[in-house]
Structure formats: C-alpha cells, structure tokens
Design a binder for this molecule. Sequence first.
Ligand SMILES: NC(=O)c1ccc[n+]([C@@H]2O[C@H](COP(=O)([O-])OP(=O)(O)OC[C@H]3O[C@@H](n4cnc5c(N)ncnc54)[C@H](O)[C@@H]3O)[C@@H](O)[C@H]2O)c1
Length: 261
Amino acid sequence: MSLFSTPFDTARDTALVTGAGNGIGRAIAQALVGEGVRTVFADVSAARVEAAIAASKRPELAVPWIGDLSKSDACDELLAAAQAGLGDITHFVHSASPPRREADHALGVDRRTWQEMHAVNLDAGFHLARAIATDLIAAKRPGSFLFLTSLHAGTPRNLPHYSTAKAAMAMLVKELAKTFGRHGIRVNALVPGAIAAGGFVADPALARHIPLGRLGEANDLAPMALTVLSNKLSAYVTGAAFVVDGGLSLTNWFEPPVLDG
Ligand SMILES: NC(=O)c1ccc[n+]([C@@H]2O[C@H](COP(=O)([O-])OP(=O)(O)OC[C@H]3O[C@@H](n4cnc5c(N)ncnc54)[C@H](O)[C@@H]3O)[C@@H](O)[C@H]2O)c1
C-alpha cells in the first residue's frame, strides 16, 4: 500500500474543523471528507456550512455544527455535538476567525471587536484543543491539531486585534505541542500568505510581490494541511509552522535580480 494513498485511518480518525463554512477551513474540511475522514464542519453561518457540505465529495461523512465561537458556552456545545456525532475527535483544525476590516486599526478598533477576535482565534482554539486532548489522553489515542495562524503573527497588519491574536496562537501551538507530545498528540501551525479566500480581500496588484507570481487560493492550503495532519506522513512533526505563501514572506526592499535570456 502506498504511503500517499492512505494518509488517514478512516475507520478510526475523526476530524473537527472550525471555520469550515468558508475559505481555507472549508477547503480543508472538504479535503478531509474527500479522504474518507468523518468530519464536523463548524461555523457561525448555517448557510455556509450547508453549502460547504453539499459541495463536498462525500457529504455523508460530514456533521454540521452551527454556533458562535466567541461565546464561552459554544465550545462545550460544539464538543458535545462532535462527541455525539463522531465519538472522540482525533484531528482538530482551528480556522475560524472574524472578518478583518481595515477600519479596525489601532485608533479604530472597539473593545467588542478586539475581544471577539481574541475569543474566536485564541480562547476557542485553546479550550477546544485542551478538551479534545484531555479525551485523547484518557483514551490513550494519538491526535493531530492544526492552527491557522498568519504571517502577521510576526509582522504588523495595521489590525492590532488580529496580529496580536495570531501571535498568541503561534505561541499556543508551541505550548500545546510541548505539553501533549509525550501523549502522541502533535500540534502545528499553518501560516497562509495572501489567500484570496473570503477573509482577505485581495488587491490583484499584490501578485507582483509574490515570487510564485500569483495570489493564493484556499485549495493551495488543503494538501499541506492534510500532510501535516496525517499521523502517517508527519509522525515526527510537532510545534512547527508551515508557511504556504508562494514566497511572499521573502519579499523585502530589494527586488529580485532581472535574469536575461
Ligand atoms: N485568507 C488569507 O489570506 C489568510 C492569511 C493568513 C491567515 N489566514 C487565517 O486563515 C483562517 C481562514 O481564513 P479565511 O480567509 O479562509 O477566512 P474566512 O473569513 O473566509 O473564513 C472564516 C470562517 O470563520 C467563520 N467564523 C467567523 N467568526 C466565527 C465565530 N464567531 N464562530 C464560528 N465561526 C466563525 C466565518 O463564518 C467563516 O466561514 C483564519 O484563521 C485566518 O486568520 C487567512
């Protein structure tokens, strides 16, 4: 059996993807059910979840969950629904994130927007991961978690609520990877560049600064996500951050050389 033909144990592996209604989360959730993994599609938008599942290759493997992860009770409700639908969750992807609005710069962002950004990205990510890990440790089962962070965990975005939430998530990945590693639970970060996926309204002119010459698409992230999530393909990988940005983060004030001929 080829390594790449069976990245998951579809009899035992189960997944929970937040933000599965749109963009990168949607692409990853759809790819997981496409590989035969039973997956909870969690999102605040019922219409988006319904459409994402309907457009999946194997809709019968998808379990919808609708709720607002900025609310503290929502994580418990999601975990109970996931357990009822699929049993223990072995693979967790945290992609949900509120909309990014350019008006929410340092002088513009209000307290509610600040708190919501941190609540969904950081608080929900932590509470869900800890609860899922607690069950896996008790059951002596391996697991794999993936957090969608950002290049703006390390460089400003003019959206301080967003960049600080992502910077905290990047450290959370390392904390959890170190703590859960000896229990066979791997925790990694996926770091997208400029992905025209819904949450980022892309200016096509940006492509000029990307070495691979184009903006990214949500489906550019899914193969790397599944590779890192797979306990077969990435068994010895934890606490790592995988940048999928077409080379955008290599760009600085030096233009690349012009190569003639
Ligand atoms: N698109 C990019 O260029 C880019 C770049 C870097 C990082 N990221 C990160 O990748 C992830 C996905 O980005 P995207 O652009 O695909 O996002 P998106 O906006 O297209 O999708 C985010 C999803 O999260 C859901 N969501 C928002 N608030 C929620 C809440 N309170 N409870 C539950 N669900 C909620 C939305 O309904 C939406 O379906 C995010 O964490 C984002 O920060 C994206």
